[in-house]
Write a protein that binds this ligand. Structure first.
Ligand SMILES: Cc1cc2nc3c(=O)[nH]c(=O)nc-3n(C[C@H](O)[C@H](O)[C@H](O)COP(=O)(O)OP(=O)(O)OC[C@H]3O[C@@H](n4cnc5c(N)ncnc54)[C@H](O)[C@@H]3O)c2cc1C
Ligand code: SF4
Length: 340
């Protein structure tokens, strides 16, 4: 592993100045992804700026019913937060579906959003990878691509974004608050992660040196009736083969409104807006849910080893929405079992 310098900052502006001032500097959150990549030789920062002592560690309720989550809040603390559990159960469930208890105790919200793909070839420095080295080629396109994308990929990269948390956040219309060398701004989460296109090495719309300071979730009363469902190869400690976050607002037997997020299908957490549009005003039935998912999945382009993801995502969408439709009218009263 390359030797590196370590700095700890308590001021966000100073942290940004440090990272923006050196091309090979990186922020260090819980280190659960970055340090692994350093050991593999995939990441070779010369300077690490530890962000965990920045004053970004709180969860605040906003006057309109929304929530502001500091970037250094640990994944386990966020999953256990009473407001998250009551108002946004899909987020609590997505967090608890990720990694292991020990990892969630370390992982931060900012680091979770910025975690890198789990594509095998990205993590193996002996294999060509356009994300690690632009122009080198993509080993996964004709290689082992079972875990990789079915939507939005390009011939340059077919990787997926691995975060569970981000799938719930994209469905909730979350906004990422960032501090960049040019100042502070808000980026809708749906626009925070990029599709690979010609530049898979550029993973987000964050400016170089940009620091995630918080994530804001706007009020969404019907998110009390929400859930996250993840399919994976092992019951725990495994990344998603596919996942669905969903919230539904019912008007009798009709869908008044709905929010969806799909995970492990694309280079970014996927917001299936066509499926959402197809559901509004329709009867809340298994058949409608299936047709809506299929409408979105018409654009899917499976790779040699991952055609199974198309029916997987369709079926997860149907099951998650049916679970919500079958919940009692006040879902918060029935949610205890989920967190046991
Ligand atoms: C065995 C294992 C299993 C896992 N399983 C899952 C899973 O099932 N689901 C899942 O979602 N995740 C899973 N993970 C990934 C885990 O969730 C991430 O490693 C973790 O969320 C990263 O957070 P961190 O704070 O440790 O980030 P770090 O490792 O510290 O940093 C990750 C990246 O984010 C950047 N960064 C950190 N903070 C900021 C900030 N505030 N602003 C800008 N950039 C920042 C760093 O520079 C780095 O590039 C797993 C990890 C392991 C090791
Ligand atoms: S899919 Fe992306 S990350 Fe994986 S080898 Fe190809 S370019 Fe690299």
């Amino acid at each position: 592993m390359r030797s590196f310098r370590y700095e700890r900052s308590i001021d966000p502006g100073r942290a940004v100045a440090l990272v923006a001032g050196e091309p090979d500097a990186a922020y260090l959150g819980g280190g659960t992804n970055l340090v692994d990549l350093m050991k593999l030789g995939v990441a070779r920062p010369g300077l690490l700026v530890d962000v965990t002592r920045l004053p970004l560690g709180s969860v605040e309720s906003l006057p309109d019913g929304g929530l502001r989550i500091g970037a250094t809040v640990r994944n386990s603390d966020l999953a256990a937060h009473p407001t998250v559990r009551r108002e946004f159960p899909m987020l609590a469930r997505a967090l608890l579906a990720g990694a292991s208890g020990q990892l969630r105790n370390m992982a931060t919200v900012g680091g979770n959003l910025l975690q890198r793909t789990r594509c095998y070839y990205f993590q193996d420095v002996s294999r060509p990878c356009n994300k690690r080295e632009p122009g080198a080629g993509c080993s996964a396109l004709e290689g082992q691509n079972r875990e990789l994308a079915i939507l939005g990929w390009s011939p340059q990269c077919v990787a997926t974004h691995p975060s569970d948390m981000a799938v719930a956040l994209v469905a909730l219309d979350a906004v990422v608050e960032v501090l960049e060398p040019g100042g502070a701004r808000d980026i809708p989460l749906a626009e925070f992660h990029r599709l690979p296109g010609e530049r898979p090495d550029q993973e987000t719309t964050l400016a170089p040196g940009g620091l995630v300071t918080a994530v804001r979730i706007p009020a969404l009363p019907f998110a009390r009736r929400s859930a996250y469902r993840k399919a994976r190869d092992r019951a725990s400690f495994a990344f998603a083969a596919g996942s669905v976050a969903a919230a539904i607002d019912l008007d009798g037997r009709l869908v008044r409104d709905v929010r969806l997020g799909w995970g492990a299908v694309a280079h970014r957490p996927w917001r299936p807006r066509l499926a959402e549009a197809a559901l509004r005003g329709q009867p809340a039935t298994e058949e409608t849910f299936r047709l809506a998912a299929e409408e979105e999945l018409a654009a899917a382009r499976p790779l040699a080893h991952n055609a199974f993801k198309v029916p997987l995502i369709r079926n997860l969408t149907v099951r998650t929405l049916m679970e919500l439709v079958e919940q009692p009218a006040d879902p918060a009263s029935g949610s205890a079992e989920v967190y046991r």
